[in-house]
Design a protein around this ligand. Structure first.
Ligand code: 13P
Length: 338
């Protein structure tokens, strides 16, 4: 394992003022997003949309890396240039989602486990050949306090899979983004979110340790500690920032270079404000890691709804993407003013 190279890539992914563009929606998920703005889910339309995103001039000023889906890393844009080539031109590091999705966890009604370990070593070699330098694997944890979810069985199965994935990535010289997402859906309180996120992250790092993960060569992609979407009492921005940092301080080793949050269904504005407030608190807490973004919806939403499949609106959509990227870049330094 080339420790120095892994550390260098992981550090570049969370460089000051930069974050990650998650655009690794699987074909069905991408289809849902496209159909919501009246665009049919066909391969040419997915190419057009991904070209809209990656062809944005100046994107590399705010985006260190972008996570692609299997289909996209193999595709060329309408001008016949590989998407990875467009990225490299802007200094954007190519990444790839390598899990094959969250499936029902047997004998655990209502809970999921992420699959994709079989044959992963060979797939990683192929992705490296396409220019990938980092990977992503997302585990999903559902909170349902009435049903006693999540159970230990679900947390442990997902943490173990994340650690096995991370080890295969590092063996192949690829930086793993380790993403344990505690879902926002449900009526739970922020206290419940804190307790479950803490337990999940703690279990994930225990498993990463057991699988000999080189912490300096990985990036954590966690969810923030939030009130459940259906809870009448919504925590303030300040409280979310404080609780999220408190949780991370208790669970994440200082050797990890950076934490790049997912947006998880928060509004664009909330996702930016939460990140900004955390970075304002970071200085006085002397946090050991960089805090940035790895958003999909909170970066793409405005661009997608501006575009709606209209070629005449590509430029306006790119402006919308660049705008959100810039605001989140400022938030990653605690310099965003609303
Ligand atoms: P959201 O920012 O839309 O939550 O997506 C991030 C992601 O990559 C999910 O795996």
């Amino acid at each position: 394992m080339d420790h120095a190279a892994l550390k260098q890539t992981a550090t570049a992914m969370v460089a000051p003022g930069q974050g990650i563009l998650a655009m690794d929606e699987s074909n069905p998920t991408c289809g849902k997003r496209l159909q919501a703005v009246g665009v049919e889910n066909t391969e040419p339309n997915r190419v057009t949309y991904r070209d809209l995103l990656l062809g944005t001039p100046g994107l590399g000023d705010y985006i260190s890396g972008a996570i692609l889906y299997d289909e996209t890393i193999r595709q060329k844009n309408p001008e016949g240039r590989a998407f990875t080539e467009l990225m490299q031109e802007q200094g954007i590091i190519p990444g790839i989602k390598v899990d094959t999705g969250a499936k029902d966890l047997a004998l655990h009604p209502g809970e999921k486990v992420t699959e994709g370990l079989d044959g992963l070593r060979e797939r990683l070699e192929e992705y490296r050949g396409f220019g990938a330098r980092f990977c992503k694997w997302r585990a999903v944890i559902t909170i349902d306090m009435e049903k006693g979810l999540p159970g230990r069985g679900c947390i442990e199965a997902n943490a173990h899979a994340l650690a096995r994935y991370a080890a295969l990535c590092q063996e192949a010289g690829l930086v793993p983004i380790v993403e344990p997402e505690v879902l926002l859906d449900g009526g739970h309180s922020i206290e419940d979110s804190f307790a479950i996120t803490r337990e999940t992250q703690h279990t994930v790092f225990e498993q990463l340790y057991r699988q000999n993960i080189f912490f300096e060569g990985m990036v954590l992609k966690p969810s923030m500690v939030l009130s459940g979407k259906e809870n009448a009492k919504q925590a303030s921005v300040q409280e979310v920032a404080e609780r999220t940092l408190e949780c991370l301080q208790q669970t994440v080793p200082a050797a990890v270079p950076g934490i790049a949050f997912l947006s998880g269904g928060q509004s664009d504005e909330q996702a930016t404000q939460h990140l900004n407030t955390m970075n304002r608190l970071a200085a006085e807490l002397a946090l050991p890691w960089r805090l940035t973004f790895s958003y999909a919806r909170a970066l793409q939403h405005q661009a997608l709804t501006t575009w709606k499949g209209d070629p005449a609106r590509v430029e306006a959509a790119r402006k919308a993407l660049l705008h959100r990227a810039k605001l989140n870049s400022l938030a990653s330094k605690g310099e965003y003013r609303d």
